[in-house]
Write a protein that binds this ligand. Structure first.
Ligand code: ZN
Length: 541
């Protein structure tokens, strides 16, 4: 059996929904906390195959089959572990990790590559302090870099002429081009980076695999990076990560800023845990890499529109990685400045204030929804609601997802429906339940676990203790369910009536359509619930 890194199989489990994967073969319906369907491993007509999305396993009460997303794929398709992983990786859009041993030729190639980039870095470093590098050195010093920083991050200067392609005569041309430093044009080889301030890009082992060059004459784009090579994949590389890794562990968080200079300045000025994506857009891979250390990230963006947009993107990308223990925040540097300028002009404490006051992800999401949709109109609220739903659906931990949905529901209720803000409306109190009813409910829960599961939410909402043994009920399953449903309806009607009374006894001064619509809605719901109840009681006769 091929050996796979646990972190890869974990990532598959985390990226893929077990219910989605199983649903491709078996239709599932949600009942209570679990999903149910007919077992694909034995012949049956009534479902006894249950899937627990949250815990990530399935269990068949008929034949005893049991397992997780990987064993399901293996068994249901009759394939081996490796093929199952391959198929799931495809589904998750993940690349299979390479575990085969590198060939001697490959190792030699990689060593040559690193030798070239290392030698090029030294040339660039020397040139920065030479006559032709003066303007580059001036620029980087003006950005607040002293010699020590320049040395640590191995910043250099790539001149206007072809230095690499002319100086590396002893290196085979294809080896040179494989590093992305040299390209072949109509007139022969030429340097990719010319008249650029050079920032080496290190891999996790501290080896230089690529470069990021900043333009010095104001020309756009500001930065160009080595295009992807054998050893460098832009989407999977985070600038500054090799320097930040230890601090990320120690600080138990990472800070993500927009620019490379910002990242270096932050690292040097007390925020060693800071990194930056290469170029502008953050990718899922970047987040996945950071999440391997921990899931606490403070994203720091410019306060302008572009920064807001980037923050929303980061937020959306992070949602599938969000756990109930994650601390994810969004900080904004306002006034057209970036962290580099804040540090230079106002110092570390000003920057720390910005980071410390960062908005938690949930609040950020709520605030941006309120900013981006017209939540004072029904249409705008509907759009906002759809957007929020779309966001929360990305959270893979179902219990946590449910909590966040409830949190948003509460905010919608409290903040969007203005009439609710009137202080005179008290929260509706749930009427007490008599002991006999409590005991009946307890015995139904004990006798019929299927009902307990089906109506879990309702039983929990009753706020009664289910501890202690009670006698089993003599009611049949059907009768018991009818009792539960009718009791549920009665409680609901009582709740609606109370709510209506509260509304009527405290008509807000600015009562408008919202208020009238709410009353109308309650009345309609009362009628509907009464109809249902009557129908149910009729059936009892
Ligand atoms: Zn089965």
């Amino acid at each position: 059996m091929a050996k796979f890194d646990n972190s890869f199989t974990d990532e598959l489990r985390q990226r893929l929904s077990l219910v989605d994967v199983i649903s491709r073969r078996v239709p599932l319906t949600k009942k209570g906390q679990n999903y149910w369907g007919c077992c694909p491993f034995h012949n049956e007509k009534t479902p006894s195959f249950s899937v627990n999305e949250e815990k990530g396993f399935y269990h068949c009460f008929g034949c005893g089959e049991h397992g997780d997303i990987i064993s399901f794929t293996m068994k249901s398709e009759n394939i081996d572990f490796k093929d199952a992983i391959k198929e799931l990786a495809d589904m998750a859009g993940l690349k299979m990790p390479e575990y085969k041993k590198k060939s001697a030729a490959q190792i030699e190639n990689e060593e040559n590559y690193i030798k070239i980039t290392e030698r090029a870095t030294q040339i660039y470093q020397d040139l920065l302090y030479s006559d032709i590098g003066q303007h580059a050195l001036l620029y980087i010093r003006n950005r607040g870099f002293d010699d020590e920083m320049i040395k640590k991050y191995r910043i250099g200067y790539a001149p206007k002429n072809n230095v690499i392609s002319s100086k590396f005569n002893d290196v085979k041309r294809d080896k040179l081009t494989s590093t992305g430093l040299v390209r072949i044009g109509d007139y022969g080889p030429y340097d990719f980076f010319r008249d650029k301030l050079m920032f080496p890009i290190f891999n996790a082992h501290g080896q230089i695999v690529a470069f990021s060059g900043r333009s010095l004459d104001g020309s756009e784009p500001k930065y160009i990076n080595t295009t992807d090579t054998e050893l460098f994949h832009k989407r999977q590389t985070i600038f500054g990560f090799n320097f930040a890794r230890d601090s990320i562990h120690r600080a138990n968080r990472s800070i993500v800023v927009e620019g490379q200079i910002d990242a270096i300045q932050m690292q040097v000025h007390g925020f060693g845990e800071t990194v930056a994506p290469l170029g502008t857009a953050l990718t899922e891979d970047h987040i996945a890499i950071l999440c391997k250390s921990n899931r606490n990230i403070t994203f720091c963006f410019d306060g302008d529109n572009a920064g807001q947009k980037a923050a929303i993107r980061a937020c959306t990308l992070f949602l599938p990685f969000l756990r109930d223990t994650s601390d994810v925040r969004f900080a904004f540097v306002t006034g057209g400045k970036d962290p580099d300028e804040i540090l230079k002009n106002s110092g570390e404490s000003a920057m720390r204030k910005i980071i410390d006051n960062a908005t938690p992800l949930i609040d950020f999401l709520w605030e941006s929804v309120n900013k981006n949709y017209l939540v004072n109109t029904p249409g705008g609220r509907a759009q906002a609601e759809k957007y929020l739903k779309d966001c929360t659906s990305k959270i893979t931990d179902k219990i946590f997802q449910n909590e966040i949905e409830q949190e948003f529901n509460q905010r919608k209720f409290n903040q969007w429906h203005k009439w609710k803000q009137q202080k005179h409306i008290k929260t509706v109190e749930v009427p007490d339940i008599d002991t006999m009813t409590i005991n009946l409910i307890k015995s139904i829960v004990q006798t019929y676990p299927e009902l307990a599961e089906k109506y879990t939410d309702f039983f929990v909402s009753l706020n009664i203790s289910f501890d202690g043994d009670v006698q089993k009920t003599e009611l049949s399953l059907k009768e018991a369910e009818k009792f539960v449903v009718s009791f549920k309806l009665q409680r609901y009607i009582k709740f609606l009536n109370d709510e209506k009374l509260q509304l009527l006894s405290n008509i807000p001064e600015n009562a408008g359509d919202d208020y009238r619509n709410k009353l109308k809605e309650i009345d309609e719901n009362i009628i509907k619930a009464n109809e249902k109840l009557e129908l149910l009681l009729d059936m009892n006769k």
